[in-house]
Design a protein. Structure first.
Length: 409
């Protein structure tokens, strides 16, 4: 390694440490508000956002393609990792369970880790999902004194090389460690949590508003005060304070509420806003969180496409890049492509789907058998031919044809 390379590595190390120090001193860094995972998942909007993102990623098949010199792609079924990524990354879980748990870890913990176990030939034999709490990033100096990243895993004595560790980051400041969405959304989740708790307490008390009893008398003796209090208690359930019958008080006794009513505090409006605010942090439309107050059929259809392009596409790209870099050599990377099949999310109603395939066939893009393969149907004997409409021509061809017909007459 020459002097310039060593200087560049040292500069990168200094910049990396400064980035970490800068991120830890941000004024809105929400570690000042410790927020437990279990508490966050009790909020329905948080649970739904995490569930819909992780489920959507998990249901998409991850297909390995072989790319020929002309750029055409075909499924690379002969490669040892084809079924590993499509069906069973490890012995303990299926592909769906693996990617759902990985994405849940990314969103909640900020980082998703998976250890690559390799065969003697270097290809991946298993991809084992790891608990983020059991993984730590450390830096060691090599023989030239340059700091290199390694992973320290609980239960493994040796440090894990980066090329043997799948590391999917959520939002990140330094490109090394991811930050949980829950940490940035802590203030919004606190508001949502207390709104739900307030609503729960209100209904638990039978809709009764806390307050106090007052009298117009100048002075109330201890005996009179106890009688008024006992009369009020008789009308309430002794176990949970819910009113079971109507208390009867003297004409000079008045009830004064201390608690703001749900209408005055706009409790319902606050709970609706909390859903929208939490959805912003996760990049999920409120419609996907089952807030259908301002939606219709066209909105739902457009939301599905927006969810794929705005929310899922960056996540899928992130996973595809990480798995390609870690699972395959540089020589293989120029001949293969790892890609999620998003057709499951883009499926529309039967009429729209039929028009879509009809257009592809009539334009010569797909053959009938290629469409039947996507629909899981058997191929037709003569369905491998491409078709194109021939009733269109240029203006020059039409003019030439008419001139020729006129000449013949």
């Amino acid at each position: 390694m020459n002097i310039l390379s060593r200087m560049a590595d040292r500069v990168r190390g200094i910049v990396r440490r400064k980035m970490v120090q800068w991120s830890l001193t941000l004024p809105y860094w929400s570690r000042i508000i410790p927020y437990s995972m279990n508490k966050a998942l009790k909020i329905s909007a948080v649970y739904r956002c995490i569930d819909v993102i992780s489920d959507s990623v998990a249901q998409l098949p991850l297909i390995l393609y072989k790319v020929d010199p002309k750029g055409y792609k075909t499924p690379y079924r002969q490669h040892s990792t084809y079924n590993l990524l499509r069906l069973e990354p490890c012995q303990d879980m299926s592909r769906f369970t693996f990617f759902k748990a990985l994405m849940t870890s990314v969103l909640i913990k900020g980082n998703g880790y998976a250890l690559i176990e390799r065969r003697p030939d270097g290809d991946a034999d298993q991809i084992i999902l790891l608990n983020p709490d059991c993984v730590d990033i450390t830096w060691i100096k090599d023989e030239q004194g340059v700091e290199r990243k390694r992973y320290r895993v609980t239960g493994i004595s040796q440090l894990v090389e980066p090329h043997d560790m799948i590391h999917v980051l959520n939002f990140t400041y330094d490109g090394i460690r991811g930050v949980s969405t829950l940490e940035h959304a802590a203030y919004s989740m606190e508001l949502a949590y207390y709104s739900e708790s307030n609503a729960s307490q209100f209904f638990k008390n039978g809709g009764a508003i806390r307050g106090y009893l007052s009298t117009e008398a100048a002075k109330v003796s201890p005996t009179q005060r106890d009688e008024i209090r006992d009369s009020w208690k008789e009308g309430l359930d002794s176990e949970n304070g819910v009113q079971s019958k109507i208390p009867v008080l003297g004409s000079s006794v008045k009830y004064n509420p201390l608690q703001v009513s749900p209408v005055e505090s706009q409790l319902l409006e606050s709970r609706q806003y909390n859903v929208i605010d939490i959805c912003r942090f996760f990049g999920v439309s409120p419609v996907k969180a089952f807030d259908l107050s301002k939606s219709n059929y066209n909105t739902v259809e457009a939301t599905q496409l927006a969810f794929l392009t705005d929310t899922l596409a960056p996540i899928l790209e992130k996973i595809e890049n990480e798995f390609t870099i870690k699972l395959y050599t540089h020589a293989e990377q120029s001949q293969i492509e790892l890609k999620f099949n998003t057709a499951a999310i883009l499926r529309a109603d039967k009429t729209a789907q039929a028009n879509y395939y009809r257009f592809l066939i009539s334009s010569g893009v797909y053959t009938p058998n290629e469409v039947r393969r996507e629909l899981d149907e058997e191929p037709l004997p003569f369905g491998d031919h491409a078709f194109i409409q021939s009733n269109m021509a240029t203006m020059e061809e039409v003019a030439t044809r008419k001139k020729k017909e006129a000449t013949q007459k």
